[in-house]
Design a protein around this ligand. Structure first.
Ligand code: GDP
Length: 297
């Protein structure tokens, strides 16, 4: 499970300091060194770790902490607060319109779990937000994607719109919007084509689709197992498409979590959902406060 090792190491570092009666600059520095190592080992971006440690240090060595009745507890709180700052201060929500037709574009590299996440979010929107959802198969590049979306659609009882692999993604998107309007849908989720690498052709198609769809949200799926690559991919997609949120997938694997911890600070794109399994129900809304609690358990 992601963060297991980070959590263990951080807690050990903190316990060390709480076990000692008096807080000195020396034991504080020892603790900070441990915290720094555990974040780097979890594959958190180097610059992010450096800033994190500096902020904790500045606050923790403040007179207010040293003079307080329970300095070690205050230090734990400082680490917790800074961790939460990395993850985001508040929950990032979908930007759907309260009335009328909303649209979401799902984008991401092939294999990151985009098609699966499209269905999971459709299920979430249907059950939790009471939306009448239409899923649209615009991944006409990967041969099995249309069928995969149709199978998932059946599982969650959400209609899937497709014009087959012979029709372009752009044409499919246009027709799907028309269909959604005619059939009183209030949310359309477009599963778009991925590529193995970011390339111009992919971005051009997505930009063109964005012009047509006017998405309320553009969600990027990133694979937790790729560590710091999340940041590189998110940066590139964000520059080109101005994405509104991330879906971090495969959090059930043994990802170290560093990508998730670095991404918001570096790209300023919030994590909205995490996916932790292959089944349609394996999706959670992302709550930064709960994640910080979980890491510091
Ligand atoms: P796409 O190419 O981005 O559309 O990726 P898919 O949705 O087809 O997913 C690629 C593979 O990853 C499939 O075998 C999925 O079942 C699997 N997958 C997707 N999300 C998760 C997840 O959160 N955890 C795990 N373990 N597998 C996932």
């Amino acid at each position: 499970m992601a963060f297991e090792s980070l959590s263990e190491r951080l807690n050990k570092a903190i316990k060390n300091i709480s076990g000692q009666g008096k807080l000195t600059e020396k034991n504080m520095n020892d603790m900070l060194r441990e915290v720094r190592m555990s974040l780097l080992e979890a594959d958190v971006n180097y610059g992010v770790v450096k800033d994190f440690i500096e902020r904790v240090k500045e606050k923790a060595l403040g007179q207010e902490v040293l003079d307080s009745l329970n300095p070690s507890q205050m230090v734990v709180k400082i680490v917790h607060d800074e961790l939460q700052e990395l993850l985001g201060q508040s929950d990032a929500k979908l930007h759907l319109k309260p009335n009328g037709l909303s649209t979401i574009m799902m984008v991401g590299l092939q294999g990151t779990g985009k098609t699966t996440a499209s269905a999971k979010i459709a299920r979430f929107a249907k059950q939790k937000l009471k939306k009448r959802v239409l899923l649209v198969a615009c991944d006409v590049v990967r041969p099995a994607a249309i069928e995969q979306l149709q199978t998932l659609g059946k599982q969650i009882d959400v209609e899937v719109f497709s014009l087959g692999a012979q029709t372009s993604a752009i044409e499919t998107a246009r027709k799907a919007l028309q269909y959604a309007n005619e059939h009183q849908k209030d949310l359309v989720i477009f599963d778009t084509a991925g590529r193995l690498h970011i390339d111009e052709e992919l971005m051009d198609e997505l930009k063109e689709m964005k012009e047509i769809v006017h998405p309320d949200d553009i969600l990027l799926t990133v694979d937790a197992m790729t560590g710091q690559d999340i940041v590189t991919v998110a940066k590139e997609f964000n520059e080109q498409l101005q994405i509104t949120g991330l879906v971090v997938t495969k959090m059930d694997g043994d990802a170290r979590g560093g990508g998730l911890l670095s991404v918001r600070t570096i790209t300023d794109v919030p994590v909205m959902f995490v996916s932790n399994g292959e089944k349609v129900e394996d999706l959670e809304e992302f709550h930064p406060d709960r994640m910080a609690d979980r890491i510091l358990g």
